[in-house]
Write a protein that binds this ligand. Structure first.
Ligand code: GLN
Length: 489
């Protein structure tokens, strides 16, 4: 079995058909991790129980038991609580946090029989677009080690691209699944808000956060999403909508499908190579029977400002729990005790959080403070509502929309990290899906001149993930990536 080429579905079938055992497959991925993690820094923690878990899965399979994805390994972003396994959120403040319970989605994947390979690197608290804000060192892109893998789920993307996992879990608050998937040449889907439980996922911005799979193929993403979706009594924002069997229902006949092209997404800021890749994907979709129609989302230029007000406001509240009292890091007070509680908090949080997280807590606290709340947070919520209406109106004219994921492919490490505004503008095409709650997928569509992958984004209306899988499969078939990551040679 070649870890760089084999899909999750092939692994599932191979284990079922006794071509190989879960233990053998798991060892193959662990070998690849051993070989490449020193360079890519895709994993923060490797599961030293993975082979034992795989052997257990093999026993169950032999008895005719085991779930839909029995014995298939998966990597998990370090935002997901994993019982008994360190969960850092890429931060120093949770450096030694070992959760007493697992996130619902982790439980569901385990119930489906999946084997955890470990926890992947990410931007601290998922705040970033490059995996450079991690307290555990920067992540790297398997296509070129001098470039970022994207973020915040950069470790999850790099792990799949580099054959260090057949699939991974990511979280997407403003693009953190779709953007790294695009930068690393893999598939990543952010489902509809409420499709997937957020219980046990370290909270960044609760009204935007959603979890989703990152995989080599569209069908693989459908399979993993099926296993993790659905109502969870422990997260009241989850929907009771039934979870379809997406993978089985994938249809590559797009006859009559209307594809909206939001004109604001094809402005001058889009780099020509990226535009060419998206255009190629549009041609492939048209050949499969779809028609295109221009749509307009005039509030697009407001998406980044609204997003950065909403996400920082929610983050400032969510991150208040890291106070050094209840759990996580506490500053060393053995030599110089704190004078009072305020100093205790200040030193703990001052030493425990990184620069980007502090910036966001300060921004969010400012936007929520009395006197500024109406001008910033409330206004952002109002414009968010209008943006949602624009999307709902546009979806009256089309079934899906196609767009770039980012204006350009992966950028060089350390190139943008000192310019937060430039970094934030990178999120122009992805944040709207989170603000509006609709699902979005990124599918590989080609390469730049310097051999870096470029993805195309497909968006659909609430709970219409099926359309994303259908269109995504057509693009995948038409523009399949045959090359292997150049950085691994
Ligand atoms: N890049 C965005 C940010 O920095 C998105 C992050 C995410 O989706 N978690 O907030």
């Amino acid at each position: 079995m070649d870890v760089l080429k084999t899909s999750l579905k092939e692994i599932r079938d191979g284990i079922r058909g006794k071509k190989f055992s879960s233990a053998e497959v798991t060892k193959a991925y662990l070998n690849q991790i051993e070989k490449w993690n020193g360079k890519l820094n895709a994993y923060i923690t490797v599961n030293d129980q993975a082979v034992a878990a795989a052997a257990k899965a093999d026993e169950l399979i032999a008895k005719g038991e085991g779930g839909a994805l029995a014995g298939v390994p998966i990597a998990i972003k370090d935002m997901f609580c994993t019982k008994g396994m360190r969960t850092t959120a890429g931060s120093k403040i949770l450096e030694n946090f070992v959760p007493p319970y697992s996130a619902t989605v982790v439980e569901r994947l385990e119930k489906a029989g999946m084997v955890s390979l470990g926890k992947t690197n990410q931007d601290e608290f998922a705040m970033g677009s490059s995996s450079e804000t991690s307290a555990f060192g920067v992540g790297r892109n398997p296509w070129n080690l001098d470039y970022v893998p994207g973020g915040s789920s950069g470790g999850s993307a790099a792990a799949v691209a580099a054959g260090m996992a057949p699939a991974s879990l990511g979280t997407d608050t403003g693009g953190s699944i779709r953007q790294p998937a695009s930068f690393c040449g893999i598939v990543g889907i952010k489902p509809t808000y409420g499709r997937v439980s957020r219980y046990g996922i370290v909270a960044f911005a609760s009204s935007l956060d959603q979890a989703g799979p990152m995989t080599k193929t569209v069908a693989d993403a459908a399979l993993v999403l099926e296993a993790m979706s659905g109502r969870d009594p422990r997260d009241s924002t989850t929907s009771a909508q039934p979870v379809p069997q997406w993978e089985q229902k994938i249809s590559k006949n797009l006859k009559g499908l209307k594809v909206g092209l939001p004109k604001e997404y094809f402005s001058d800021r889009l780099q020509p190579e990226t535009r060419a890749a998206v255009d190629r994907a549009i041609e492939v979709v048209k050949k499969a029977g779809a028609e295109t129609v221009e749509v307009s989302l005039p509030l697009t230029e407001m998406a980044v400002p609204i997003y950065y007000l909403v996400c920082t406001s929610e983050a400032s509240s969510n991150l208040a729990r890291y106070d050094g009292v209840r759990f996580g890091f506490r500053a060393d007070f053995s030599k110089k005790p704190a004078e009072d509680l305020a100093e205790f908090y200040c030193r703990t949080r001052g030493e425990g959080f990184g620069g980007e997280v502090k910036r966001r807590i300060i921004l969010g606290t400012y936007a929520l403070s009395s006197g500024y709340y109406d001008a910033y947070y409330k206004k952002a919520c109002q414009v968010r509502r209008l943006l949602r209406q624009q999307f709902l109106d546009a979806f009256k004219q089309c079934d899906v929309m196609m767009s770039p994921v980012t204006t350009s492919p992966a950028f060089k490490l350390f190139e943008r990290i000192s310019d937060p505004l430039e970094m934030y503008l990178n999120d122009i095409y992805t944040t709207s899906a989170n603000l509006v709650g609709i699902p979005g997928i990124s599918v590989p569509a080609g390469f730049s001149g310097n051999k870096l992958p470029i993805g195309v984004q497909i968006l659909a209306s609430h709970f219409n993930e099926q359309a994303l899988f259908n269109v995504g499969s057509v693009i995948e078939e038409g523009l399949a990536i045959k090359e292997l990551p150049h950085g691994l040679q």
